[in-house]
Design a protein around this ligand. Structure first.
Ligand code: FPP
Length: 229
């Protein structure tokens, strides 16, 4: 594998609401634009050679948003999974969802489960959607499990208790929408991840913008805490 291409790309898709506001549209229009961009961009990311792509679609904290906005997001999820499961399967992309799905309405959970099941076995890559995901909650749950099972853990066995079990750590994490923070996303997993922040609002973050991030990634020297070359 080409070292300059990240095996695992993670994205915090921020700025949908502001994108809509700028256009005097409701926030739901921003989420729809974000979803359309997400579908096209994830395709592009696999085309560039990444094997894993993790997208932060909804954090645990996002569940505190007004009911109306949440309902709109659930409708988008329903539509997305229905429309895209077959397409993902055809392209050999496995769908995996991480997070506390218990926060979602039952029918959305069921659609997600079906999507995961139907795309099993794809060889091209894995698209991971983080929905109802929060890194601290994930870590606490893993600690509690280890305690319950009376297990002493090391880094490797602890990683296997997380919802990202079996996934490589992200090589490149991109956050759109100007903010420069991780917001409870993959805290354990991104210990050595290269971070890339852009002011572009997610619906405006084009394939070309992604390629720019790749160019910068290729120039970074990853030392993983060791002395450089
Ligand atoms: C952050 O923008 C974005 C979200 C909370 C939702 C992201 C969801 C999508 C792109 C749709 C995903 C669809 C599926 C099926 C996974 P924001 O609302 O926080 O924007 P703001 O910071 O400008 O207010």
């Amino acid at each position: 594998m080409d070292e300059r291409i990240p095996e695992h790309v993670a994205i915090i898709m921020d700025g949908n609401g502001r994108w809509a506001k700028k256009r005097l549209l409701p926030r739901s229009a921003g989420h729809r634009a974000g979803m359309n961009r997400m579908v096209a961009l994830s395709e592009h990311i696999f085309d560039r050679g990444a094997k894993w792509c993790t997208l932060y679609a909804l954090s645990t904290e996002n569940f505190n948003r007004p009911e109306e906005e949440l309902e709109g997001l659930y409708s988008l999820f329903r539509e997305y999974f229905r429309k895209n499961t077959v397409a993902l399967k055809k392209k050999g992309i496995v769908l995996r969802v991480v997070g506390n799905l218990g926060l979602l309405p039952e029918d959305v959970r069921e659609i997600i489960r079906k999507g995961e099941e139907e795309t099993q076995g794809g060889l091209r890559g894995t698209l991971v959607l983080a929905i109802g995901y929060g890194s601290r909650q994930e870590i606490v749950a893993a600690v509690n499990r280890a305690v319950r099972e009376g297990k002493e853990v090391n880094e490797e066995s602890f990683s296997a208790l997380l919802s990202t079990e079996g996934m490589p750590d992200p090589d490149l994490l991109i956050r759109t929408g100007k903010e420069q923070r991780l917001s409870n996303f993959l805290l354990w997993q991104s210990a050595y991840t290269e971070l890339y922040f852009t002011e572009k609002l997610f619906p405006d973050f084009s394939d070309k913008d992604f390629d720019k991030a790749l160019e910068e990634y290729a120039l970074r020297e990853r030392r993983f805490g060791k002395v450089g070359k």
